[in-house]
Design a protein around this ligand. Sequence first.
Ligand code: CP3
Length: 343
Amino acid sequence: MSKIFVDACFGKDTPYTPVWMMRQAGRYLPEYMAVRKEAGNFLNLCHNPEKACEVTIQPIDIVGVDAAILFSDILVIPNEMGMELKFVTGEGPLFPSPIKDEADLDALIGGAKAADKLTYVYDTIKLLKEQLPKDKALIGFTGAPWTLATYMIEGEGTKTYNICKKMIYSNPDLLHKILRKVTDVVKLYMENQIKAGADVVQIFDSWAAAIEPGLYDEFSWKYMVEIAEYIKEKYPHIPVIMFPKGIPAFLDKVYGNFDVFGVDWGTPMALAKEKLGDKYVLQGNMEPCRLYSKEETTKCVEAIQEVMGSKRHIFNLGHGILPDVPVEHAKHFVSECQRVSKN
Ligand code: CP3
């Protein structure tokens, strides 16, 4: 059975423009909170294929999105490379022993040895292939090497990125060695997700904006492109979505073999279309906080539709949905996207 989401990723005509939301399986859903409570904590939930499968499907059933995104987290990768990981309630992720020098990096597990440890992710995907409706696509994902490296070096979320940035300007060789080791794991991790049954993969570079535009290719984009090209060469039927957040100054320089460019909410859709619309299908890009108002949501969906005109587009938010958004409003966003784009 053809999947509208996969067709749209390849720029084929579809009955309407499909829609999903970044971070659609999460705390704004009471049903998610119930399953997380049963699991005990967030990482237990990621490690439990039955429960991870259940929360992956929730937004399909409850909110009506056209694609499911695997329930996991980008940080399971450094965790399985050997870095201890904690999720502190209310404060986010924490690596108590971040990478300080080459010896710390050398101590980490690399290549297939690390990628093959993520069995719970592949088991979740296999279960999802049995349980997801056949017309819905399953999106696998990874963090971009740069975004993963920010956590591996800083140890936690950061506002200033000062430790990573110090490395960019004073020890770029070490940073490249970290990015190389992570890239090699991520390529195999993506391949394993595809072998387990992922229909599409997305690379999240959530912290792209921390790098000055002139250095973005060197420290992030080229590694993302390497991952995309590795996948496209071996699995040309699997669409690859790139989502670098907050880099409008880099739009003129975007290159590489991938299918969909994810537009963040700070980049006008018309600008992204002008620069990249011929080369890539565009995904996005409502400012997620518009979800607090149904009227503002409708206005924005209509404005995006006006620009994209039901062609070479996938509706999404311009970053993740926040935990205090009413479920009704998320449903409204999804049904409005499907309504305005109907052919
Ligand atoms: O619907 C989905 O998108 C499902 C799965 C998903 C999660 N994290 C679940 C999660 C995905 C795709 C991610 C990606 C992720 N994780 C990114 C890239 C996307 C983005 O939003 O920019 C990043 C930077 C992370 C790292 C991370 N994980 C942070 C900073 C946090 C804490 C902040 C927060 O949102 O709570 C997490 C935890 C996390 N990952 C939660 C969920 C549902 C919340 C955990 C909980 O309390 O239940």
